[in-house]
Design a protein around this ligand. Structure first.
Ligand SMILES: Cc1ncc(COP(=O)(O)O)c(C=O)c1O
Length: 338
């Protein structure tokens, strides 16, 4: 076991021992292998650097109450990376190879999997990039896949809490028929101009649909849901990332007899909601205290303590991820020799 101060790990990158790589050459993905070299050598004209031909994923491995290691829903990430790769004109990697890569990455970094009870987890970051040098605007023929791991501290070191958010009508995250539904780097680079100034003020950003600025889309790196009279409501939109956490929460709603709806949510409907939250791999659920809409001179308040539905769902999800509750949906990939 590594001598890492698990209790004081932050939500940032800590280098592990190894990463996993795989190359696409001559029309096919090659062997997955482990390396301790975190630097990759690509031509400066590679399409990833010129045209952002790139896609990535984010998922977590958890050390459970029984000491066993579980990766949460990696097949779902495999499928989403396939969709993102296709959207960027990159060759999708098979689910089998993706699972081999993430499993190998966790096993190669066993000493960095935080112990149970610290709230910390091992975050996995698969990345796919176009590697062929091109100056004309065209996709690559050769691609590189990497999977990085990093131990990260709990999102709420001081306990499950709330964060204030702000609506930004001056920056759109994703265009209609754009790439908002894919996990591709350009979506994130282009939203820094909204998220960074907000973060400096301790705020998260809530993006609206870019066509009308009428409906809620999603948060910078997470989906949105609200609770209206006991009903879990989450936006239906073609330009948001299909969150695996959000999908899991809707399944848990069914288990817990909480009605759920996936539909367009007009911004003004926030005044009828008792709870609001962002949801994603990073925090699972991050409840929202208030949403400021400066252009409309409105503030929607949800209270500074997480509401009952947020708490119920948060604990139900974490109980499965940390092996405290039966995994009735078969979400966890259990690693035997870890
Ligand atoms: C833009 C965006 N939306 C939603 C999510 C949440 O998705 P997931 O629950 O699969 O982590 C993420 C994080 O991956 C994200 O980057």
């Amino acid at each position: 076991m590594k001598t890492i101060d698990w209790k004081h790990l932050t939500f940032s990158y800590t280098e592990c021992a190894k990463m996993v790589r795989c190359s696409f050459k001559n029309g096919q993905w090659g062997e997955v292998y482990v390396t301790s070299d975190f630097y990759i050598s690509i031509h400066a004209a590679a399409t990833a650097l010129q045209y952002a031909q790139q896609a990535f994923e984010g998922l977590k491995a958890f050390r459970g109450v029984d000491g066993k290691v579980r990766i949460f829903r990696p097949e779902a990430n495999a499928h989403r990376l396939q969709d993102s790769a296709r959207s960027m004109y990159m060759p999708p990697m098979s689910e089998e190879k993706f699972l081999e890569a993430v499993t190998l990455c966790v096993k190669a970094n066993q000493d960095y999997i935080p112990p149970y009870g610290t709230g910390a987890t091992l975050y996995l970051r698969p990345i796919m990039i176009g590697a062929t040098p091109k100056v004309g605007v065209a996709p690559a023929q050769e691609f590189e896949f990497m999977c990085l791991a990093t131990p990260i501290g709990p999102y709420f070191p001081a306990g499950f809490g709330t964060t204030p958010f702000i609506i930004n009508r001056r920056v759109d995250r994703a265009a209609p028929f754009g790439t908002g539904q894919y996990k591709v780097g350009g979506n994130y680079a282009s939203s820094f101009r909204a998220t960074e100034p907000a973060h400096e003020q301790g705020l998260g950003v809530l993006f609206l649909d870019s066509k009308e600025h009428k409906y809620i889309d999603e948060c910078g790196g997470a989906n949105f849901f609200g609770v209206r009279n006991g009903v879990y409501v989450t936006p239906k939109s073609d330009s948001i990332l299909p969150s695996i956490t959000n999908r899991s929460l809707m399944t848990l709603c069914e288990d817990l007899h909480i009605p759920h709806e996936e539909r367009q949510i007009p911004v003004e409907e926030l005044r009828l909601m008792q709870e609001a939250a962002s949801c994603g791999t990073g925090a699972a659920i991050s409840p929202i205290s208030r949403i400021i809409d400066p252009d409309m001179s409105k503030v929607y308040d949800f209270g500074i303590t997480p509401g009952p539905v947020c708490c119920q769902l948060y604990h139900a999800l974490q109980d499965i991820q940390f092996g405290r509750a039966e995994d009735t949906h078969g979400w966890n990939l259990l690693l035997e020799d870890c």
